[in-house]
Design a protein around this ligand. Structure first.
Ligand code: SIN
Ligand code: FE2
Length: 214
Protein backbone atom coordinates (compact mmCIF):
# COMPACT_ATOMS: atom_id res chain seq x y z
CA UNK A 1 0.00 0.00 0.00
CA UNK A 2 1.15 3.55 -0.64
CA UNK A 3 2.24 5.69 2.29
CA UNK A 4 1.36 9.37 2.54
CA UNK A 5 4.88 10.33 1.44
CA UNK A 6 4.58 8.68 -1.95
CA UNK A 7 1.28 9.45 -3.65
CA UNK A 8 0.41 6.72 -6.12
CA UNK A 9 1.08 6.97 -9.83
CA UNK A 10 -1.85 7.27 -12.26
CA UNK A 11 -2.29 4.03 -14.16
CA UNK A 12 -1.28 1.73 -11.30
CA UNK A 13 -3.65 -1.05 -10.31
CA UNK A 14 -3.51 -2.15 -6.66
CA UNK A 15 -5.24 -5.31 -5.49
CA UNK A 16 -7.31 -5.14 -2.29
CA UNK A 17 -8.51 -8.70 -2.80
CA UNK A 18 -8.74 -11.29 -5.57
CA UNK A 19 -11.67 -9.37 -7.10
CA UNK A 20 -11.10 -5.87 -5.68
CA UNK A 21 -8.81 -3.21 -7.13
CA UNK A 22 -7.86 0.44 -6.86
CA UNK A 23 -7.31 1.94 -10.31
CA UNK A 24 -5.13 4.94 -9.61
CA UNK A 25 -6.07 8.06 -11.56
CA UNK A 26 -8.41 6.11 -13.83
CA UNK A 27 -11.05 8.90 -13.77
CA UNK A 28 -8.63 11.77 -14.48
CA UNK A 29 -9.27 11.86 -18.26
CA UNK A 30 -13.03 12.17 -17.51
CA UNK A 31 -12.88 15.00 -14.97
CA UNK A 32 -13.59 17.81 -17.44
CA UNK A 33 -16.80 16.05 -18.47
CA UNK A 34 -17.81 14.93 -14.96
CA UNK A 35 -17.67 18.24 -13.08
CA UNK A 36 -20.21 20.21 -15.20
CA UNK A 37 -22.46 17.13 -15.23
CA UNK A 38 -22.55 17.15 -11.40
CA UNK A 39 -23.85 20.74 -11.50
CA UNK A 40 -26.65 19.72 -13.86
CA UNK A 41 -27.61 16.78 -11.62
CA UNK A 42 -27.71 18.87 -8.47
CA UNK A 43 -29.91 21.52 -10.08
CA UNK A 44 -32.52 18.87 -10.66
CA UNK A 45 -31.89 16.74 -7.56
CA UNK A 46 -30.02 18.75 -4.90
CA UNK A 47 -27.67 17.07 -2.40
CA UNK A 48 -29.46 16.34 0.86
CA UNK A 49 -28.70 14.72 4.23
CA UNK A 50 -30.90 11.65 4.45
CA UNK A 51 -31.98 10.00 7.69
CA UNK A 52 -31.06 6.39 8.45
CA UNK A 53 -33.63 3.85 9.68
CA UNK A 54 -32.03 4.32 13.12
CA UNK A 55 -32.99 8.01 13.06
CA UNK A 56 -29.57 9.56 12.42
CA UNK A 57 -28.98 12.25 9.81
CA UNK A 58 -26.09 11.16 7.56
CA UNK A 59 -23.00 13.42 7.63
CA UNK A 60 -22.55 12.68 3.91
CA UNK A 61 -24.94 14.56 1.62
CA UNK A 62 -26.22 12.58 -1.36
CA UNK A 63 -28.13 12.64 -4.60
CA UNK A 64 -28.47 10.18 -7.49
CA UNK A 65 -28.61 9.88 -11.23
CA UNK A 66 -29.71 6.99 -13.41
CA UNK A 67 -32.91 4.93 -13.54
CA UNK A 68 -32.70 4.01 -9.85
CA UNK A 69 -31.56 6.05 -6.86
CA UNK A 70 -30.49 4.82 -3.44
CA UNK A 71 -32.51 6.33 -0.61
CA UNK A 72 -32.92 5.93 3.11
CA UNK A 73 -35.55 7.09 5.57
CA UNK A 74 -37.14 5.85 8.79
CA UNK A 75 -38.65 2.91 6.88
CA UNK A 76 -35.33 1.57 5.60
CA UNK A 77 -32.83 1.59 2.73
CA UNK A 78 -34.00 0.99 -0.82
CA UNK A 79 -33.69 1.91 -4.48
CA UNK A 80 -36.40 4.10 -5.94
CA UNK A 81 -37.18 5.41 -9.45
CA UNK A 82 -38.56 8.66 -8.02
CA UNK A 83 -36.65 11.27 -6.03
CA UNK A 84 -38.70 11.50 -2.81
CA UNK A 85 -37.93 15.24 -2.50
CA UNK A 86 -39.09 16.30 -5.97
CA UNK A 87 -41.54 13.55 -6.87
CA UNK A 88 -39.78 13.27 -10.25
CA UNK A 89 -37.48 10.59 -11.71
CA UNK A 90 -33.81 11.00 -10.85
CA UNK A 91 -31.74 12.86 -13.49
CA UNK A 92 -30.52 10.65 -16.33
CA UNK A 93 -27.05 9.20 -16.05
CA UNK A 94 -24.70 11.42 -18.10
CA UNK A 95 -22.92 9.60 -20.93
CA UNK A 96 -19.47 10.30 -19.44
CA UNK A 97 -20.51 8.70 -16.12
CA UNK A 98 -21.75 5.58 -17.86
CA UNK A 99 -18.63 5.27 -20.01
CA UNK A 100 -16.30 5.73 -17.04
CA UNK A 101 -18.15 3.09 -15.01
CA UNK A 102 -18.08 0.51 -17.82
CA UNK A 103 -14.43 1.10 -18.66
CA UNK A 104 -13.31 0.96 -15.02
CA UNK A 105 -15.23 -2.28 -14.49
CA UNK A 106 -13.62 -3.73 -17.61
CA UNK A 107 -10.14 -2.67 -16.44
CA UNK A 108 -10.76 -4.52 -13.18
CA UNK A 109 -11.80 -7.70 -15.02
CA UNK A 110 -15.60 -7.29 -15.02
CA UNK A 111 -16.84 -7.13 -18.59
CA UNK A 112 -20.40 -6.19 -19.52
CA UNK A 113 -21.12 -3.97 -16.51
CA UNK A 114 -24.37 -2.04 -17.09
CA UNK A 115 -24.95 0.40 -14.23
CA UNK A 116 -28.53 1.56 -13.69
CA UNK A 117 -27.83 3.54 -10.51
CA UNK A 118 -25.25 6.14 -9.57
CA UNK A 119 -25.23 7.36 -5.98
CA UNK A 120 -23.43 10.71 -5.73
CA UNK A 121 -22.00 11.31 -2.24
CA UNK A 122 -20.64 14.66 -1.09
CA UNK A 123 -18.26 14.70 1.88
CA UNK A 124 -17.21 17.84 3.72
CA UNK A 125 -14.55 18.02 6.45
CA UNK A 126 -15.51 15.58 9.27
CA UNK A 127 -18.06 13.73 7.11
CA UNK A 128 -17.66 9.97 7.41
CA UNK A 129 -19.34 6.79 6.30
CA UNK A 130 -19.44 3.95 8.79
CA UNK A 131 -18.64 0.36 7.79
CA UNK A 132 -21.44 -1.20 5.75
CA UNK A 133 -22.07 -3.74 3.01
CA UNK A 134 -23.72 -2.77 -0.30
CA UNK A 135 -26.57 -5.24 -0.29
CA UNK A 136 -29.73 -3.46 -1.41
CA UNK A 137 -29.08 -4.49 -5.03
CA UNK A 138 -31.20 -7.21 -6.59
CA UNK A 139 -28.29 -9.52 -7.28
CA UNK A 140 -24.61 -9.45 -6.46
CA UNK A 141 -23.22 -10.59 -9.82
CA UNK A 142 -22.30 -7.07 -10.93
CA UNK A 143 -19.40 -5.23 -9.27
CA UNK A 144 -19.46 -1.90 -7.45
CA UNK A 145 -17.53 0.92 -9.16
CA UNK A 146 -16.62 3.81 -6.87
CA UNK A 147 -15.02 7.05 -8.14
CA UNK A 148 -13.24 9.63 -5.94
CA UNK A 149 -12.98 13.33 -6.83
CA UNK A 150 -11.71 16.31 -4.85
CA UNK A 151 -10.22 16.00 -1.37
CA UNK A 152 -8.47 12.78 -0.51
CA UNK A 153 -9.96 10.34 1.99
CA UNK A 154 -9.06 7.16 3.80
CA UNK A 155 -11.22 4.31 2.51
CA UNK A 156 -11.73 1.37 4.83
CA UNK A 157 -11.94 -2.02 3.15
CA UNK A 158 -12.79 -4.78 5.59
CA UNK A 159 -13.87 -8.38 5.42
CA UNK A 160 -17.17 -10.23 5.39
CA UNK A 161 -17.82 -9.59 9.08
CA UNK A 162 -18.22 -6.11 10.51
CA UNK A 163 -15.57 -6.87 13.15
CA UNK A 164 -12.93 -7.96 10.61
CA UNK A 165 -9.91 -5.68 10.52
CA UNK A 166 -10.21 -3.16 7.70
CA UNK A 167 -7.40 -2.08 5.36
CA UNK A 168 -6.85 1.67 5.27
CA UNK A 169 -6.57 2.79 1.65
CA UNK A 170 -5.85 6.45 0.86
CA UNK A 171 -7.92 7.55 -2.13
CA UNK A 172 -7.05 10.59 -4.22
CA UNK A 173 -8.78 12.71 -6.85
CA UNK A 174 -9.36 10.51 -9.89
CA UNK A 175 -8.97 7.12 -8.21
CA UNK A 176 -11.53 4.39 -8.88
CA UNK A 177 -12.16 1.36 -6.66
CA UNK A 178 -13.89 -1.69 -8.15
CA UNK A 179 -15.00 -4.70 -6.11
CA UNK A 180 -17.06 -7.70 -7.13
CA UNK A 181 -17.04 -11.50 -7.26
CA UNK A 182 -15.93 -13.00 -3.96
CA UNK A 183 -15.22 -9.48 -2.61
CA UNK A 184 -18.62 -8.02 -3.54
CA UNK A 185 -20.04 -8.08 -0.01
CA UNK A 186 -17.01 -6.90 1.91
CA UNK A 187 -17.61 -4.23 4.53
CA UNK A 188 -16.31 -0.78 3.60
CA UNK A 189 -16.52 2.82 4.76
CA UNK A 190 -14.74 6.17 4.83
CA UNK A 191 -12.88 7.71 7.79
CA UNK A 192 -13.75 11.27 8.86
CA UNK A 193 -12.48 13.63 6.18
CA UNK A 194 -9.56 15.88 7.00
CA UNK A 195 -9.57 19.43 5.68
CA UNK A 196 -7.05 19.65 2.82
CA UNK A 197 -8.81 21.77 0.18
CA UNK A 198 -8.52 20.49 -3.35
CA UNK A 199 -7.52 22.89 -6.16
CA UNK A 200 -10.59 22.09 -8.29
CA UNK A 201 -13.24 21.15 -5.75
CA UNK A 202 -12.25 23.05 -2.60
CA UNK A 203 -13.19 21.57 0.78
CA UNK A 204 -15.19 18.66 -0.49
CA UNK A 205 -14.90 15.15 -1.79
CA UNK A 206 -17.38 13.82 -4.33
CA UNK A 207 -17.83 10.08 -4.70
CA UNK A 208 -19.86 8.29 -7.38
CA UNK A 209 -20.90 4.76 -6.60
CA UNK A 210 -22.15 2.90 -9.67
CA UNK A 211 -24.25 -0.19 -9.28
CA UNK A 212 -26.49 -2.56 -11.15
CA UNK A 213 -29.32 -2.29 -8.66
CA UNK A 214 -32.49 -3.48 -10.43
C1 SIN B 1 -20.10 4.20 -0.45
O1 SIN B 1 -19.75 3.14 0.05
O2 SIN B 1 -21.30 4.42 -0.77
C2 SIN B 1 -19.13 5.31 -0.73
C3 SIN B 1 -17.69 4.98 -0.61
C4 SIN B 1 -16.81 6.18 -0.83
O3 SIN B 1 -17.25 7.33 -0.62
O4 SIN B 1 -15.64 6.02 -1.21
FE1 FE2 C 1 -20.99 1.37 0.02
Amino acid sequence: MNGELFPPVAGEREALGRCAFVLRGFALPYVDALLPAILVIEQDAPFRHMVTPGGFSMSVALTNCGALGWTTDSRGYRYAKIDPDSGRPWPAMPAAFDRLAREAAQAAGFSGFEPDACLVNRYQPDSRLSLHQDKNERDYDAPIVSVSLGMSAVFLFGGHERADKAMKVPLYHGDVVVWGGEDRLRYHGVMPLKEHPHPLLGSQRINFTFRKAG
